[in-house]
Design a protein around this ligand. Structure first.
Ligand code: URA
Length: 208
């Protein structure tokens, strides 16, 4: 069964609390999302596999360890875009894929309209990013697409999760670990997380 990791680092919690405030500017929201994504990237990469190699220091040869796997960040559009740069600051060699899904306002189910993935996406570790894990439809759909492309090592990273979204991802993709900074109370009738932070895409891009 997948593991649910609650990222309770004080800096992550502090920044998330600032982001929930509806009165902060779009600029501030964007900056905070980038900063919190960088901190979350540190936590989510904690167990990445390493391999041994050798390097010549100015003094002698040293046996060292480097990352063994290729990394790809897969952003679920739109709001996932707001996490990419922060993550790239810690993992600058990661490749970046995009999956465009919108929620049908009636069924709340994801409809795919775009995807562009790194070449050989199945080769290496994938981190799927979407700040809001609400119904879980988009995340589960994105993970399904990646699996159909042969990907196996997939982790989901969300800033805030609803119990409904966690349950759905775990039911459909029991091998995928989920990392989040908060598990909120529930979804409302429009599929928004309560208390959440509103529409992350709108707040990120100023499209409210
Ligand atoms: N997407 C958002 O941006 N916010 C929510 O609360 C739910 C889905």
């Amino acid at each position: 069964m997948s593991e649910l990791h609650l990222l309770d680092h004080p800096l992550i919690q502090h920044k998330l609390s600032l982001m929930r405030d509806k009165n902060i500017s779009c600029k501030k929201f964007r900056e905070l999302l980038e900063e919190v994504a960088m901190l979350m990237a540190y936590e989510v990469t904690r167990n990445l596999p390493l391999e041994e190699t050798k390097v010549q220091t100015p003094i002698a040869e040293a046996r060292v360890k480097v990352l063994a796997a290729r990394m790809s960040i897969i952003a679920i559009l739109r709001a996932g875009l707001g996490m990419v740069n922060g993550m790239l600051r810690l993992i600058p060699t990661a490749r970046v894929g995009h999956i465009g899904l919108y929620r049908d306002p009636h069924t709340l189910e994801p409809v795919q309209y775009y995807y562009k993935l790194p070449k050989d996406v199945a080769d290496g570790e994938l981190i799927v990013v979407d700040p809001m894990l609400a119904t879980g439809g988009s995340a589960a759909g994105a993970i399904q697409l990646l699996k159909e492309k042969g990907a196996r090592d997939i982790t989901l990273l969300s800033l805030i999760a609803a119990p409904e979204g966690i349950q759905r991802v775990r039911r459909e993709h029991p091998e995928v670990d989920i990392y989040t900074a908060a598990v909120d109370e529930r979804l409302n009738d429009h599929g928004y997380i309560v208390p959440g932070l509103g529409d992350a895409g709108d707040r990120l891009f100023g499209t409210e």
